[in-house]
Ligand binder design. Sequence first.
Ligand SMILES: *Cc1c(COP(=O)(O)O)cnc(C)c1O
Length: 365
Amino acid sequence: MIRSAYATLDLGAVAHNLARVRAFAPKAKIMAVVKANAYGHGLLRIARSLPDVEAFAVARIDEGLTLRQSGIRQRIAVLQGFVNHEELELHATHHLEPVVHSPRQVELLERTPLKEPLAIWAKLDTGMHRLGLLADEFLPCFRRLQSSSSVRRPIPVMTHLANADMPQDTLTDRQLALFQEVLSAVRAECSIANSAGLLAFEDTRAEWVRPGIVLYGVSPFPYRTGGDDGLRPVMTFRTRLIAIKSLKAGDAVGYGGDWICPHPTRLGVAAVGYGDGYPRHAQPGTPVLLRGQRVPLIGRVSMDMITLDLTDCPEAQVEDEVILWGDGLPVEEIARNTSTIPYDLLCGITQRVKMVEAQRSPTEF
Ligand SMILES: *Cc1c(COP(=O)(O)O)cnc(C)c1O
């Protein structure tokens, strides 16, 4: 197979990043977040490379079913839980642990007799205001859950941090205070920290931590990269140069012609575009890595191609490998050049991009 636009996945880096997580929270149990196809890295591949995490978290039931049907035996929390009886029963049948975040779900649990009590997670909304029981409805709901024969006890409790990627923001402390206040009335295992909480807020490292992005080697903070916290990127997104040409000053490049060569330009064309998940809004100047050197994107990103200014990389040749992000070029940097976040870029890799586990050499496929 010819190699254009493919991604290599370094599973050794997953193990390394998990060890970093354990170093930050040595006593905590780990719920590894693998929603959205493990942030674009491949759900099963990543789940199988985390054999000793205590649990996984997925967003939706179908992701949990995929894990179960592939033989994953660890606990699996389903962050969105169920919205009707049928979905509740699917959780029970496949030993998926729904997050119970609304009074409506509490009612459904009370009205649905199950063969054996179901393990669930109760979620308190401490300020994110997305999913979660509100502070004043939490305790009555929690008591009802505790006395429901459909629910396994003890019930662990989670909350989600809205602004932990901004360590100066005061919301995290307010969320923590509300959590502690409401939970002072019950004894429960707790889960608060996402990746940003884990790294930046010691008090969020409770009995459980819920890292996502850091497991993939990427920083949750807009002003850092994973390397700053000793993480290693798992995904490296690659393609190759397919054409080189010399343009004159004043020549316009690409759709709309909005890049005008300011000087005689050696233009490179690389085989990747938004059809592969390379962001269409990457600004001119966004770097790619070619022969170990940063080379700027120019012109608009097309569906299958991008254009590069190779003027300062005269040794570049057709068939050279081009790294779009990953090893040597943090995806955090590409996200900044695209006014988005690394999560968005990682999840956005499309179907046609071949994924190769790093132990195999790229020529093998
Ligand atoms: C996605 C998610 C996480 C993980 O977030 P990261 O920033 O990737 O660590 C944790 N908890 C919940 C509820 C989530 O939705």
